[in-house]
Design a protein around this ligand. Structure first.
Ligand SMILES: [Zn+2]
Length: 100
């Protein structure tokens, strides 16, 4: 059976300290990739038209996707999935017995 012991916290290395410093500098509301840390997002639109010098219409295929990951062939969404509503389970019905 393994023996577990309490270990005092270790000073972070130079690389870990740099990562921690960057994390502290980044506010929560900045859109940032969870995979690579990039802040470049992109939206892919299919079928947009140029009318009177303006881009109009089109179908949005991907929205808020990390551009750096997309260049490497990975589609990484930068926004977390919205929380789903979880319904409480229905109460179980008992089988009714025929009364004679
Ligand atoms: Zn990324």
């Amino acid at each position: 059976m393994p023996v577990f012991r309490l270990v005092p916290p270790v000073e972070p290395s130079a690389g870990q300290a740099a990562i921690l410093r960057l994390k502290r500098m980044t506010p929560d509301w900045v859109l940032q990739c969870n995979r690579c840390g990039s802040r470049t997002s992109m939206t892919l639109v299919n079928g947009a038209e140029v009318r009177n010098g303006r881009i109009q219409g089109g179908t949005v295929i991907l929205r808020h996707v990390c551009a750096e990951c997309y260049k490497r062939g990975v589609t990484q969404f930068m926004l977390p999935d919205p929380p789903r509503l979880v319904k409480p389970p229905k109460p179980r019905r008992r089988k009714l017995k025929l009364v004679k």
